[in-house]
Design a protein around this ligand. Structure first.
Ligand SMILES: Cc1cc2nc3c(=O)[nH]c(=O)nc-3n(C[C@H](O)[C@H](O)[C@H](O)COP(=O)(O)O)c2cc1C
Length: 394
């Protein structure tokens, strides 16, 4: 198959004059479009982070501090971006991150990114707190690759029910998000008193769940307020520990991947609990403020894990260059959040598809122009290490 980069360039450059690519190309343009379309509440819910948003800034600074150090005169005509993840071939090391309540962004909600991911072959991760059910997304995606994200809930019976529904509906991986045992302190949302769940948004999987429904004294259609309150009571769980992870391990055959690991010791512990993968993530800076950047801790987590399970990462990825940097520091693949959310707001399914295709194209070209024809040989050498090089001047 023709590589992603030139294929996409030709497609865009060969549009007839006067009808240029109508959609934005870069992250900032998409963000500006979303800003113009969304009301303040939903826009800030997506764009914001915890506290002073220091972690969010640190995520970006960590990417900006690193520089790709390209190599020349290597044959890069044939390129291969495919990877294997949890026994499945994926065309490129990019995954759509789990993001809840997408109904606040676009009327199609999760259906649009699910379809866009399906048409590109990259995995789509459905959030526990999605606006469309597990089964509806499975129906949209057919046989395409999908993962399910689980919040550590307070009620094991409801959690088990969600997990078995996901498994039955053909989701191939369970992403257990461990950094959200409660909501972070989000100033933008607090200032506006904006939390979508309070209005019943993001509850599709619960309202359609027989176990959840059996716990309500009247059906949610009759008493929606009680359903919201029960949901708020159980959807996250501050008491969640490694014992609960062990229990979950016995409940599903899907690979379990912990999302939100930042410390090498937690990564080591995860291995002793039979975990199949790690996502180094700080939830896009939405949970702990003043926290470490994911790119900064990625090498230490990768060193702790070795090649026993794949280490993925997210938080701050905005371009193909960022993906290259993450791969160079040991990530097997990356997840993207806000880049596809802004595209969803601005242009629905077409927008998300454009973001995916542009990111794949840019990644392909970035790697080729840096002298890499496959992901296998990418390592820290691909990044400029100013100290090491200044010692090596001959
Ligand atoms: C609006 C929004 C909602 C999110 N909802 C979830 C969620 O339901 N479950 C989850 O595990 N992570 C959630 N995340 C975190 C993302 O999965 C991902 O870690 C983060 O967006 C990556 O950072 P980035 O947005 O800088 O790419 C959410 C992020 C955003 C921006």
């Amino acid at each position: 198959m023709e590589p992603f980069g030139p294929r996409r360039q030709v497609e865009i450059y060969s549009r007839s004059p006067g009808s240029p690519e109508p959609l934005p190309i870069g992250f900032q343009e998409w963000e500006a479009r979303a800003r113009a379309i969304l009301a303040d509440g939903p826009f800030d819910y997506v764009a914001g982070g915890a506290g002073r948003e220091d972690t969010m800034r640190a995520n970006r600074e960590a990417f900006e501090r690193r520089r790709i150090h390209p190599r020349m005169l290597r044959d890069v005509a044939e390129r291969d971006l495919t990877i294997e993840l949890f026994g499945v071939h994926v065309p490129a090391p990019i995954i759509l991150a789990p993001v809840g309540v997408q109904s606040i962004i676009h009327p199609q909600a999760e259906r649009a990114p699910a379809r866009a991911a399906a048409s590109s072959g990259i995995p789509f991760t459905l959030s526990t707190v999605s606006s469309v059910t597990i089964e509806q997304i499975a129906a949209e995606m057919g046989t395409a690759l999908r993962w399910f994200q689980l919040y550590p809930g307070r009620d094991r019976a409801v959690m088990n029910s969600l997990v078995s529904r996901a498994e039955a509906a053909g989701y191939r991986c369970l992403i257990l998000t461990v950094d959200t045992t409660m909501l972070g302190w989000r100033e933008r949302d607090l200032r506006k008193s904006y939390l979508p769940f309070m209005h019943g948004e993001g509850m599709a999987n619960y309202l359609s769940d027989p176990v959840f429904r059996s716990q309500l004294s009247s059906p949610p259609e009759v008493d929606p307020r009680s359903a919201v309150l029960h949901f708020l009571d159980i959807y996250v769980n501050p008491s969640f520990t490694w014992d609960d992870v062990d229990f979950l391990r016995t409940q599903t055959r899907m690979p379990i991947v912990l999302k939100g690991i930042l410390h090498p010791d937690d990564a080591r512990e995860a291995l002793t609990h039979g975990i199949d993968g790690i996502v180094v993530s700080n939830h896009g800076g939405r949970q702990v403020d003043g926290g470490v950047a994911t790119l900064d801790v990625l090498p230490a987590v990768c060193a702790a894990v070795g090649d026993r399970v794949p280490v993925l990462m997210d938080s701050g990825i905005r371009s193909g260059a960022d993906v290259v940097k993450a791969l160079a520091l040991g990530a097997r693949a990356v997840l993207i959040g806000r880049p596809y959310l802004y595209a969803l707001a601005a242009a629905g399914e077409d927008g998300v598809r454009a973001v995916i295709r542009n990111l794949l194209a840019e990644l392909d070209l970035q790697l080729a122009l840096s002298g890499c024809s496959s992901l296998a040989g990418i390592g820290p050498d691909l990044l400029w290490q100013s100290q090491a090089h200044s010692l090596d001047v001959r």
